[in-house]
Design a protein around this ligand. Structure first.
Ligand SMILES: *Cc1c(COP(=O)(O)O)cnc(C)c1O
Length: 646
């Protein structure tokens, strides 16, 4: 279908511009009408994301909304297991692959359910990092072959729970993170008469790379150093529990961008494994932890938001290196455990936000405010604006900066009125824009001029909270792909950063994926009085649970989508979870909503008695306050009236 827009721009150009093919890994594309399509199984079946958004809005679930594509979760579990099976076959490896999903990455029941179901044919297990997570794992885990790996700090009850799992015949392995845990395990095993399966987490010298590199090395929080391993070994021997030691574990941090790091860590850990096997411990498993990355920017590099390896390479490198080392040491190869969380969960969900306001420095400043008597500093700036040919770009920029500073000083000293100050600011931004426009396609840019684009970028205000829905963007400056969900057959023309609705100047996204390094703005479409939706992708790992209640916005709406061939759109919404209401979030901070209503009613009654409010209005105000208790916490954006605001 031809598009109506006069520009010579196509949906395919948008697909390229936003990098769908690079970070989307066969799962995202743009159709010819300019809508984002998702292919959860990468099998040709496709869902238009805007259809899901429209349907959700019809159900009363407006943006911000999380969409989970459950088939995609299944797809990732199958992919991970198949890739390892293939590597094992190709390398003639004698062991098996026994992956586990770390629950901490996304604890939502529907997510864990889907993963457990998808992993059935592969004996894919679960990993717990805390007592509450172990409680989930014990209940959700199925079968006698699938592993449960117990990591994290452990009190006695944690260990008792794990031994309960042993009694039920589960392959549940307690990974020792601290030397003191060995004593506890020995003591409780004696008390209960249950034989535990034990693993050692080793503190590797191999350092991770990227944002999470402090998970290994001498100062890492977890793991046993070499001396401690020897102590632990002695303790097990003294307790006659040699037969319990089964596993060597390491975890060098999340989102490891460089395959070289992984190779080195696997090599080091495999040596530990062989040493312990040679000391006569039965062993059987090597657990390589998490760290398998997601290529958030699609650049295939060792940049922290990317990864320079494929899933296939990851699997082959682990299998190959372990086999080489075990063969050389004449030790039978172990079964391989991975605890990949991010790589399994991140792709399945996305966040949809609505842009409802554009803040533009030049437009809002001074347009209608021609000063009655122009100050010299304003006319100086006008001269700079008009005589653009006379000076070089950098020189003009510096002159304009100087004049702007001069205007501010004059204002502070009382020599410049509001209208002149507004005019000075406005002309300054016009000059900046002019300089920036001249700069396109001229190769090298001095840094100051390069940064102009960032300075000139508009702010698109979006109805969401970074602190609730995208915490790692704020806390770790992690990048996520962001694109419009529609209008992609139109040429995007506005450079913008995204700001959220929290009262926090940090509540924004000002850094975006790019093939080289990062971009300081995203090019979007001008707003047109109709809803404008953006998708933020690959948000299924960690973001849901790390989010907090900053400004009491709370949970967003959520829908779970499944592919369905018999449905007109090829999908159906299985589950719809409504986001927080005002009453929910304020109860979370110890207020009782009835009490608040009572207090406000009292004040309204009082004001009515004093004749400040008419009785009928008083009744209406009480009703309004009470009804807002049940309203959603995010902005209730009402359709624009069509007319442009002056
Ligand atoms: C967090 C964590 C994981 C998951 O890491 P990803 O990088 O998300 O795969 C695995 N194992 C342990 C011990 C962890 O702490």
């Amino acid at each position: 279908m031809k598009t109506k827009s006069a520009s010579n721009w196509s949906a395919a150009q948008s697909e390229e511009h936003y990098g769908f093919k690079r970070w989307g890994a066969n799962h995202f594309s743009v159709d010819t009408e300019g809508f984002v399509q998702v292919q959860p199984l990468a099998d040709g079946r496709s869902i238009r994301v805007m259809d899901v958004v429209d349907e959700a809005v019809g159900m009363g679930l407006k943006a911000p909304i999380v969409i989970r594509f459950q088939d995609k979760l299944r797809h990732r579990v199958v992919q991970l297991n198949e890739v390892f099976a293939k590597a094992i076959k190709e390398e003639g490896y004698k062991g098996e692959y026994r992956g586990v999903f770390p629950i901490k990455v996304n604890q939502l029941r529907e997510v864990v359910d889907e993963i457990v179901a998808a992993g059935k044919d592969y004996n894919y297990g679960l990993e717990a990092g805390s007592k509450p997570e172990l409680m989930i794992a014990l209940a959700m885990h199925e079968g006698a072959q699938r592993l449960i790996i117990c990591n994290g700090y452990k009190d006695h009850d944690y260990i008792r729970l794990a031994l309960l799992g042993r009694k039920l015949g589960k392959k549940i392995i307690i990974v020792v993170e601290q030397l003191s845990e060995v004593d506890s395990i020995i003591q409780i095993a004696k008390e209960t008469g249950v034989k535990p399966l034990i693993g050692f987490r080793v503190k590797l010298q191999t350092r991770g790379e990227g944002k999470w590199s402090s998970s290994s090395g001498d100062n890492a929080k977890f793991g046993l150093n070499t001396a401690e391993i020897l102590f632990a070994v002695e303790k097990l021997k003294a307790a006659k529990m040699q037969q319990c030691l089964k596993l060597v574990h390491f975890h060098i941090g999340s989102q490891v961008p460089n395959i070289i790091t992984i190779k080195a860590a696997v090599t080091e850990a495999a040596r530990f494994y062989c040493q312990l096997a040679k000391m006569g411990f039965p062993m059987g498993y090597l657990d390589v932890g998490g760290g398998l990355g997601i290529d958030y920017d699609g650049s295939r590099t060792n940049f922290e938001s990317s990864m320079n390896y494929s899933l296939e390479e990851y699997a082959r490198d682990i299998i190959f290196n372990v086999r080489e080392i075990c063969t050389a040491a004449a030790v039978p190869v172990p079964d391989i455990v991975t605890e990949s969380g991010r790589a399994v969960a991140a792709p399945h969900s996305m966040l949809v936000v609505e842009v409802f306001e554009r803040i533009n420095k030049r437009e809002s400043l001074g347009k209608q405010h021609q000063p009655k008597a122009k100050h010299k500093v304003v006319t100086d700036l006008e001269v700079l604006l008009k005589n653009k040919a006379r000076l070089g770009r950098l020189e003009r920029f510096h002159d304009a900066l100087q004049k702007k500073e001069e205007a501010f000083s004059l204002f502070n000293l009382g020599y410049l009125d509001l209208e002149n100050r507004a005019a000075a600011e406005q002309i300054f931004w016009q000059i900046c824009e002019q300089i920036d426009k001249e700069g396109t396609k001229k190769g090298y840019q001095p840094e100051e001029l390069h940064d102009l684009k960032k300075l000139l970028a508009d702010q698109y205000v979006c109805n969401f909270s970074v602190f609730q829905s995208l915490l790692d963007s704020w806390a770790l400056k992690q990048l996520f792909p962001v694109t419009p969900l529609h209008r992609l057959a139109e040429k995007p023309s506005v450079n913008a950063i995204l700001v959220d609705i929290t009262c926090d100047s940090d509540g924004k996204i000002g850094s975006f994926i790019d093939l080289q390094d990062t971009k300081d703005y995203l090019t979007l479409h001008p707003l047109n009085n109709k809803p404008y939706y953006l998708g933020i992708y690959l948000t299924g790992a960690y973001q849901d649970i790390m989010g907090d209640l900053h400004n009491l916005f709370g949970r967003v709406n959520e829908v779970h989508v499944f592919l369905e061939d018999d449905e007109p759109n090829g999908y159906y919404i299985e589950e719809a979870l409504a986001g927080s209401r005002v009453a929910d979030v304020i109860e979370g901070v110890q207020y009782q909503w009835e009490e608040l209503c009572r207090r406000v009613k009292q004040q309204i009654d009082h004001a009515t008695k004093k004749d400040l409010i008419k009785p009928r209005e008083g009744v209406r105000l009480v009703e309004f306050y009470e009804s807002q208790m049940l309203a959603k916490t995010y902005l209730n954006i009402e359709p624009k009236s069509g007319k442009k605001k002056p």
